[in-house]
Write a protein that binds this ligand. Structure first.
Ligand code: ATR
Length: 272
């Protein structure tokens, strides 16, 4: 079997080994997929050890997405922009190709799984950290009318908008400066982890707004509860993004796209 893994620290609770195990079963691809606890002082050393065992590719999670970018030798345009990667391919010639599949993951979940078009829409993105940087290029590729990035630290939102300004119409603001309503609102802050809500005006939500929290859990996130109470058309959590980014990585490695629906359904059932 061909060997792959997810590397992170901690790594015990990662769902990636299970997800990729399901993909291997569904597609019949001879894939073995492990979880690797990376050394936070020596990411390269951990990767070299995995490669010496025959590892052909890695998924990369917290806190190594930036280290993985530094380790790689070749990049997709998207990965270059993101400055952080979640997928590495160890090629036979020794080169290391890097890609970021998070953005494709969320866009596929929204447009394919939920059949919500992004093209021509007004989009509000909350947060300006690594998670948001990783999704902006695929999001802008869908040609939204406008993307407003709102963040607690305003300067980071402005900088991010500036970094991607050639790819579409986008602007960076503070939470209090968000004006008008939006068709799609994506929460990419880590506020949900602390059970907190980014302080944006409730007027952003209308009965046709779709809200997406990149976090997920057994309970609905506070952001999605808030959006639902305000009458949003749909509230979506990040579980589909997790499965879709994994499917995109699997596709990059194997050239085969697994059916994500049964995996997503089983994962959803296991959360409850
Ligand atoms: P990640 O990889 O999850 O993006 P990050 O790069 O540390 O992690 O970014 C975290 C994001 O969540 C940032 O936009 C952060 O806002 P700041 O840039 O002002 O720090 C945002 N964030 C974290 N906790 C938050 C909270 N309680 N309320 C609002 N925003 C929060």
């Amino acid at each position: 079997k061909d060997l792959y893994a997810v590397i992170g620290s901690p790594i015990k609770h990662s769902k990636s080994p299970w997800i990729h195990g399901q993909f291997a079963e569904i597609t019949g691809e001879p894939v073995e997929y492990r979880a690797v606890l990376g050394n936070e002082q020596d990411f390269a050393g951990s990767v070299e050890a995995f490669r010496s065992e025959g590892g052909q590719g890695l998924n990369v999670t917290v806190p190594f997405k930036q280290d993985a970018f530094d380790y790689a030798s070749e990049f997709s345009e998207r990965a270059k922009r993101a400055g952080a990667v979640n997928t590495l391919v160890f090629r036979e010639d020794g080169s290391v190709f890097a890609e970021n599949t998070d953005g494709v993951g969320i866009v596929r979940d929204i447009t394919v799984n939920y059949e919500v078009a992004i093209s021509g829409k007004r989009v509000l993105v909350l947060g300006a950290g690594g998670a948001v940087r990783g999704i902006l290029e695929p999001l802008l590729a869908e040609k939204p009318q406008e993307v407003v990035i709102a963040n607690r630290t305003v300067s980071k939102a402005v900088q991010l908008a500036d970094d991607f300004s050639d790819l579409g119409c986008l602007v960076g603001v503070g939470f209090a400066d968000v004006e008008g309503s939006f068709d799609l609102i994506i929460n990419g802050t880590s506020a949900s982890l602390a059970g907190e809500l980014p302080p944006i005006p409730s007027s952003v939500i209308t009965p046709s707004s779709v809200c997406y929290d990149m976090m997920y859990g057994a309970e609905m996130t506070v952001f999605n509860q808030w959006a639902q109470q305000l009458g949003a058309a749909e509230v979506i959590d990040g579980l589909g993004m997790l499965v879709e980014q994994a499917a995109e990585s699997f596709f990059i490695w194997r050239g085969v796209r697994p059916d994500t629906q049964p995996v997503l359904q089983a994962l959803r059932a296991s959360l409850a």
